[in-house]
Design a protein around this ligand. Structure first.
Ligand code: HEM
Length: 380
C-alpha cells in the first residue's frame, strides 16, 4: 500500500532538475555553515578549557577569536537553512510534511532550541569580550545545537520510511516521539556531526592568515587547523562506511549504479584523501600558508557538496523503492517568475560578496585590534 498523501493538484512551477539543483546548492551552503558552527564551537570550548589548564595563551586566544564570530555564523546557519527547506517541501512535501507531523512536538521545539542556542552564543561571546568565563553558556549552546541537528536527522530519515508512519501515529498522535528505531539514524547523524570538523579546521587555517596576528599565534592556528582537518576526515570516512552499511539492502548499490551519484561518491573519497594530505601539510607547516589554507577550504566545501549529492541519491532511491518518484511530477514552468528569481538570487550573491569585502576592509583599522586584544585577554 502507498502511504503517501495524495499529490498536490497544482503542478510544479519549475523543472524538477532546477529545483533539485537549487536545493542541493543552498543545502550545501547550509551544511557548511552548520560545520562552522558546531565544529567551531566545539573547538573553541576545547581550546578555552585546555588553554586555561595548560596556561597556553595561543589556545585561549584562538578560542576567543572563534567564539566572537559564532553569533554571526548562526545567522548564516538559519538564513541558509530556509531555501533548502522551501525546495525540499516543494519536491518532497508529501513525505516531509507527514514525518514532520509525526515528530511534531520535537519538530516545533526546534524554534525554541534555536533561540536558546543563539542566546547562549551571544552570552558566551559577550562574556568572552568582558574577559569573563564563557564555558557554561558556550556548552549549553553546543548541546542545544546538537539536539537540533539530531531532530533534523530524525525527520530526514523518518520521511523515507512510510512503512512506520501508521504505527507511529497510533503510538503518539501528539508527535511526542522520534525515529529512534531506525538503524540509519545514529550513523547518519554522527556522519554529519563529524563533517563539521574539516570545515571548522579549514576556517581556523584561514583565520591564521589575518593581518596583525603575532607569529606564534598564527603558527598555532594553522597547525591546529591542519591537524583537526586530517584527523576528522579519517573519522568521518569511518562513519561514512557505517552509514552506508546501515542502509537497507540494495539502496547504496542502486545509488552507485547512477553515473552522477557515483561521480559524487568518488568525489567524496577524492576530496577526503586530499583533505587528509593538505591537513597534514598544514599541520607540519612552519608558518601559515595562504595557498594551503585556501586549498583546504575549497576542497572542504567540495567535500560537503559531495556528501549532499550522495545523500540526495540515497533519498531518491529509498523513496522510489516505496512508491515515491520525485521526477514523476507534473511540471508547468513559469519562466518569467523563474527568471526573476534567478536575477534576484544573483543580485543577492553580488551584494553579499560586496558586503563581505566592506567588512574585511574595515577590520584591520578598528575591530581586529580590539578583537585580538580581547582574545589575548580572554580567559575561560
Ligand atoms: C543550530 C541549528 C541547526 C543545525 C545544527 C542544523 C543541522 C542540520 C543537519 C545536521 C542536517 C542534516 C540532517 C540529515 O540529513 O540527517 C540539517 C538538515 C536541514 N536543515 Fe538544518 N540545522 C540547523 C538549523 C536549521 C534551520 C533554522 C533551518 C531552516 C530554517 C534548517 C534547515 C534544514 C533543512 C531544510 C535540512 C534538510 C534539507 C533536505 O533534506 O532537503 N536547519 N540541518
Amino acid at each position: 500500500m502507498n502511504n503517501f498523501p495524495a499529490v498536490d493538484q497544482i503542478p510544479l512551477p519549475a523543472p524538477v532538475w532546477l529545483l533539485k539543483a537549487l536545493h542541493d546548492l543552498t543545502f550545501s551552503l547550509h551544511l557548511a555553515s552548520v560545520g562552522l558552527l558546531l565544529g567551531g564551537l566545539t573547538l573553541a570550548l576545547v581550546f578555552a578549557v585546555l588553554g586555561r589548564m595548560r596556561d597556553s595563551s595561543v589556545m585561549t586566544e584562538t578560542a576567543g577569536m572563534l567564539i566572537h564570530r559564532l553569533p554571526n555564523v548562526m545567522a548564516f546557519v538559519i538564513n541558509l537553512g530556509i531555501p533548502p527547506l522551501l525546495f525540499a517541501q516543494v519536491l518532497y512535501g508529501r513525505a516531509l510534511y507527514t514525518s514532520s507531523v509525526l515528530i511534531g512536538t520535537y519538530w516545533i521545539s526546534v524554534i525554541l532550541l534555536l533561540m536558546g542556542s543563539y542566546y547562549g552564543l551571544y552570552v558566551a561571546a559577550d562574556r568572552a569580550a568582558k574577559h569573563r568565563t564563557w564555558v557554561a553558556p558556550g556548552l549549553a549552546a553546543l548541546l542545544l545545537s546538537l539536539t537540533i541537528a539530531f531532530i533534523y536527522s530524525n525527520n530526514m530519515t523518518l520521511m523515507l520510511h512510510p512503512q512506520s508512519w501508521g504505527a507511529m501515529y497510533l503510538h503518539s498522535p501528539a508527535g511526542l516521539q522520534l525515529n529512534s528505531a531506525d538503524p540509519t539514524l545514529m550513523p547518519r547523524w554522527l556522519f554529519f556531526m563529524a563533517g563539521s570538523f574539516p570545515i571548522a579546521g579549514a576556517a581556523i587555517m584561514l583565520l591564521s592568515l589575518r593581518d596583525g596576528l603575532r607569529d606564534e599565534l598564527s603558527r598555532f592556528m594553522t597547525r591546529a587547523g591542519g591537524l583537526v582537518v586530517a584527523i576528522s576526515i579519517v573519522c568521518q570516512a569511518v562513519l561514512a562506511q557505517m552509514t552506508i552499511a546501515s542502509q537497507p539492502q540494495n539502496v547504496f548499490s542502486t545509488v552507485m549504479n547512477d553515473s552522477m551519484y557515483r561521480m559524487f561518491a568518488f568525489g567524496w573519497l577524492t576530496t577526503a584523501l586530499l583533505l587528509a594530505l593538505l591537513g597534514i601539510a598544514g599541520a607540519a607547516g612552519k608558518r601559515a600558508n595562504a595557498l594551503v589554507a585556501i586549498a583546504v577550504s575549497t576542497v572542504a566545501f567540495l567535500n560537503v557538496v559531495s556528501s549532499v549529492m550522495v545523500r540526495d541519491g540515497v533519498r531518491d532511491v529509498t523513496l522510489r523503492s516505496v512508491g515515491f518518484d520525485v521526477w514523476n511530477r507534473q511540471v508547468a514552468p513559469n519562466w518569467s517568475v523563474i527568471d526573476l528569481f534567478l536575477i534576484l538570487l544573483l543580485t543577492a550573491v553580488v551584494v553579499i560578496a560586496w558586503l563581505v569585502g566592506v567588512v574585511r576592509k574595515a577590520t584591520p583599522a578598528d575591530s581586529l585590534s580590539v578583537e585580538v586584544r580581547s582574545a589575548q585577554e580572554t580567559y575561560v
